[in-house]
Design a protein around this ligand. Sequence first.
Ligand SMILES: C[S@@+](CC[C@H](N)C(=O)[O-])C[C@H]1O[C@@H](n2cnc3c(N)ncnc32)[C@H](O)[C@@H]1O
Length: 280
Amino acid sequence: MFLNYLNFLKPCILRSLISRKVWKLPRVILITLNIVLSVAVFFLCKSLNRYQESFRQTSLLRNWPIPKVEIEQFDARFMPEAQGPSKATEIVFIGGQGSVSDMEAWILCTFAKSSLNVFEFGTFAGKTTYLLAKNAPKKGKIFTLTLAPEGHSAYKASKGDNAKDTKSALHESIFNTFYYTNTPVASKITQLFADSKLFDESPYVGKMDLIFIDGSHAHSYVESDTQKALKMLKPGGVIFWHDYRGPNRVPGVFQTLNKLQKDLNLVHIAGTNLVAYKKP
Ligand SMILES: C[S@@+](CC[C@H](N)C(=O)[O-])C[C@H]1O[C@@H](n2cnc3c(N)ncnc32)[C@H](O)[C@@H]1O
């Protein structure tokens, strides 16, 4: 009976396939399916990208040589109280957009609270500078060094610097006035304009309690800024580097710090892109 039914259907199917009306229907369905599939593939790729980033951050796919520690392991002030975060880490704070994350700002500002002299490589818009100044003691001083928009010609890339790192260093050198300009804390801040390789660190040697290295992320600059910072740091002082984000995102910082880790006791602060060093 079924075969009979098929025999009856065959000419009908053929006829309808030949007729253009029926051909039109599958074409519309095919085009719609195509659009739906393309949109689905687009969103799938996007979310895979996000997962890939978080896999990298959790070191599942790549080798991140600098050991990860919780902030309270690095500094006892961050040890939580029974009911919540330690009050020793209370800071003045503005959330929202900025170059550093909220957690990174919290850590930097907690250290600024006990720092008479702070040095920042790379000011950008100056929001972190402002927060450092707001949280530093009354007599605290913040020195912040940046490349002026009209100073691009002083920038000297070296062999081995990643072109992407160099491009963003220049792309970010656009500010002449800053977030802290004309605020009450501006008097605590000394703005320095120079290419950091040409910057003479000798007046600051052995004086800094806290140094934040966040200038050009190209390998030769991170290396040069680090060598200067190590000379400028007081015993007991702390250096933080920003943007330890793995081999693909900011390669200059990743390579330089991984190399430096062979000689210095560096730690990667969990939940951040900060690497830290405390001078004995
Ligand atoms: C990532 S941004 C700094 C962000 C800032 N620390 C903050 O937390 O908002 C990098 C900064 O480094 C500066 N910079 C880039 N190359 C430099 C160089 N060769 N010498 C000095 N500063 C440089 C840029 O002008 C830019 O302000």
